[in-house]
Each structure stands twice: as structure tokens, then as C-alpha cells.
Ligand binder design. Structure first.
Ligand code: PBG
Length: 330
């Protein structure tokens, strides 16, 4: 700790006296370059469908996707993340719809790439939960999510997304060894420059509820995800997860959820000095939104929260607030 003086010579409040001096002394800043906007997709035509548990967030049919991507582009948000709401008739126990080259995500990637070329990045989750009839992220055998069988499918899902034009492959399944296998299949097929953003540190969290509603897996899921996602009592374990994923070829790592895990963002950044992204998840979004709508807290709490991720060491934030806050920041 460096102390350069003492009261009354030193008065820290001097530096806070006016808005201009506070602006000069900002340690962390927030810009629209820091955001990734998640977009939910749905089948059909002309749909912009509200999601009940996420006020202000919608599901878009492909022909309406332009509306939200145009907005992201005009706000200079660098990347969108695509998540599909799959109809139950297309779900099965192996999540085979994930490998259908005409599934919602594939169609959306093709649409965005064709219309916007490389003006905006596309990130896609690699995981089976939107596609399985049981809502888990992988294949189940005797009640257990099978690691190696699941990875076989995930590598195919990742390759398919790359072939469609996805820029950033984001495995969010928490299987062991999947980053290495995905890197290998991408490289073998000529996709050496496709980035891998690994959800290296993903907790079995109580904050995912609204998202599961948004992708239609909530009512299907009969058990928790604790045998693959991390225990929220642990932080040192996150360093092992990150170390492995870096060795396997991850370009960027994600910590998820966001606000309850600022300590984890910080230790990962401090220990590895690699790009770390934070995911402010659906439950965080909906709690803040409802609190603001009810007048319990004011709207500036959103920026305060987003800045906390930057302060902790995150380079970027996946947030459902990306579009509304970018408007204010501009
Ligand atoms: C699943 C996935 C989840 C989220 C993103 N990808 C939920 C889960 O693990 O059950 C949650 C995102 C959010 O809550 O906003 N692979």
C-alpha cells in the first residue's frame, strides 16, 4: 500500500470536488465496445415475441433479425450472441437438432453473414441444452451427463457453426476436454482463425432461470447441473478450469454469472493475464430491471454494475442491457 501523505495536507475529497475532475480521474470506463448483445431466435415469420421473465427482451424470427442487428450495428456493439428457442417437437434426448444445418442458429448465422459481412461478430454457444428433451447440456446415460459422448457431438456442432460463418465458438457445456477437441476439428477443417471463447468458469447458478424460460428448457429440466457446472463455494477451482482451457487452445475465457463472481473475474485476470469476459446472466438482468421498474433503485444502477465488471478485470460483458445502455452511452 502506497500512502503519499496524511490529513490535513492530504484530502482525498479534493479530487472529487467537481464533475470534470472526477472524469479526469476515472480508473475504469465503459463504452459500447465492451458489449456483446445476446439475441434469442424463434421459428416462424414476423415474430418479435416478448419473453415474460425478461422484461424488454424478445425472441426474433429470422426475417425480423435485421431489426435487432441493425440496432446493434448502429450502436457500435461489436458482437451478438445467438440463442435458439427450439420447438419441443424438434427436441430429442441426444439434441440431434443441434447438428441440423437448417436449424435456427445456422439459418441466423447465414442471414447475418450475408447481410452484414464482417461488420459485426457472431458468437454461438456450443452446448445441447436448447435441443435436448431433458434440458441438459449433454447426452445422459443412467442419469449422468456423459462427458466423452457429449464432446463427440459438441465438436460436430462447433464445426457446423464455423462452416455457417460463426466467428467465435463458445462452448458453454462444461464438459472436460472439449476445448482441445474443438480446436483440433476446427484446425483440421481450415478454421485456424476462428476464435474459441470458452465458458471456462461456469457455475451451477440459481440465476439462469429466465434464460431457461427464454430457450424453452425450464420445464424440461428435472434436476440441477451440479455434476458438470462449478460449485459456487469454490474459486481456486476456477484457476484449474482456466489453466486447462488455455492449454487446450482457448483464446478468451468467460466467467459466468457476473455480479456474484467479481472475485473470480479478478483472480482469473490477475493469474493468467488473458482476455476475460463476464456474463451478466438473465437472472441478474431481470432482478435489476424489475427493481428499476418498481422504483426500488434508479436506472444508473445498471451502469454501476457494468462498470464493476470492468473494474474487476473483464475486457467485455455479455449483457441483455447492451442495446439500452449503449443508447445512453452514445
Ligand atoms: C446453457 C446456457 C445457459 C446460459 C447460457 N448458456 C444456462 C444453463 O447453463 O442452464 C445462461 C445464460 C443466462 O442465464 O443469461 N449452455
Amino acid at each position: 500500500m502506497i500512502i503519499t501523505g496524511k490529513y490535513p495536507n492530504l484530502r482525498l475529497r479534493r479530487n472529487r470536488k467537481q464533475d470534470w475532475t472526477r472524469r479526469l480521474l476515472e480508473e475504469s470506463t465503459l463504452s459500447t465496445n465492451d458489449f456483446i448483445l445476446p439475441i434469442f431466435l424463434i421459428d416462424g415469420k414476423n415474430k418479435i415475441q416478448p419473453i415474460k421473465t425478461m422484461p424488454g427482451v424478445y425472441r426474433y424470427s429470422i426475417n425480423k433479425l435485421g431489426k435487432v442487428v441493425d440496432k446493434a450495428l448502429s450502436l457500435r456493439i461489436p458482437m451478438v450472441a445467438l440463442f435458439p428457442y427450439i420447438q419441443s417437437k424438434s427436441k430429442d434426448k441426444d439434441g440431434s437438432e443441434a447438428l441440423n444445418e437448417n436449424n435456427l442458429v445456422c439459418k441466423a448465422i447465414r442471414y447475418i453473414k450475408k447481410k452484414y459481412k464482417n461488420q459485426i461478430g457472431i458468437m454461438c454457444d456450443v452446448a445441447l441444452d436448447p435441443y435436448t428433451s431433458h434440458g441438459h447440456d449433454g447426452i445422459i446415460k443412467s442419469g449422468y451427463v456423459e462427458n466423452d459422448k457429449t464432446i463427440e457431438i459438441l465438436t460436430k456442432q462447433a464445426l457446423l457453426q464455423a462452416e455457417m460463418g460463426c466467428d467465435v465458438i463458445a462452448p458453454s457445456d462444461m464438459m472436460d476436454g472439449r476445448v482441445g477437441k474443438i480446436r483440433k476439428i476446427l484446425d483440421k477443417n481450415g478454421y485456424q482463425l476462428i476464435q474459441i471463447l470458452s465458458y471456462a468458469v461456469k457455475y451451477a447458478s440459481n440465476y439462469y432461470g429466465p434464460f431457461r424460460d427464454a430457450v424453452g428448457s425450464k420445464n424440461l429440466l428435472k434436476s440441477d447441473k451440479k455434476n458438470y457446472q462449478m460449485d459456487f463455494k469454490n474459486s481456486i477451482e476456477s484457476l484449474r478450469e482456466v489453466a486447462l482451457d488455455i492449454k487446450e487452445g482457448a483464446d478468451i475465457v468467460m466467467v459466468k454469472p457476473g455480479l456474484p463472481y467479481l472475485d473470480v473475474i479478478k483472480i482469473v485476470k490477475d493469474n493468467f493475464k488473458i482476455p476475460v469476459f463476464a456474463y451478466q446472466v438473465s437472472g441478474e438482468y431481470s432482478l435489476l430491471t424489475n427493481g428499476i421498474r418498481k422504483g426500488l433503485i434508479n436506472k444508473d444502477a445498471i451502469v454501476e454494475t457494468l462498470v464493476s465488471f470492468k473494474r474487476a478485470g473483464a475486457s467485455a460483458i455479455v449483457t441483455y442491457f447492451a442495446d439500452q445502455i449503449s443508447k445512453d452511452l452514445k
